[in-house]
Design a protein around this ligand. Sequence first.
Ligand code: CA
Length: 138
Amino acid sequence: MRILVVEDEAKLARAIKKALELQKYAVDLAEDGQEALDVALSEAPDLILLDAMLPKKDGFRVCRELRQAGLHSPILMLTAKGQIQDKIAGLDAGADDYMVKPFSFEELFARIRALLRRLGQDKDPVLRVADLELNPQT
Ligand code: CA
């Protein structure tokens, strides 16, 4: 599983990257909104952790542009703001979940697992190897 972490505070970005790598995720970093768009659209990560306040383009705009571009990867927004309006703006922009800083890594991991689980369930359940097919649901 590959996660794109978009965070302009270098120290926090490194801490998140390290923590996620310990959980066996592959991690790419982007430090502003434009880089986030470029990396997300070229790499199509399994999940995007997206800070709301970013240089060049803020997270809400990045989120909207990714959805407009047809990217369906789950987006978990991170922000220092805890205002209801910001949560609504993030979700309306196409984010799947929202966490307010400071957050605990344990909760972050749990939310990431939940989003990735949902992703797995949306996929075609039929397993195929060569000309063999197995549908675990039937
Ligand atoms: Ca920020």
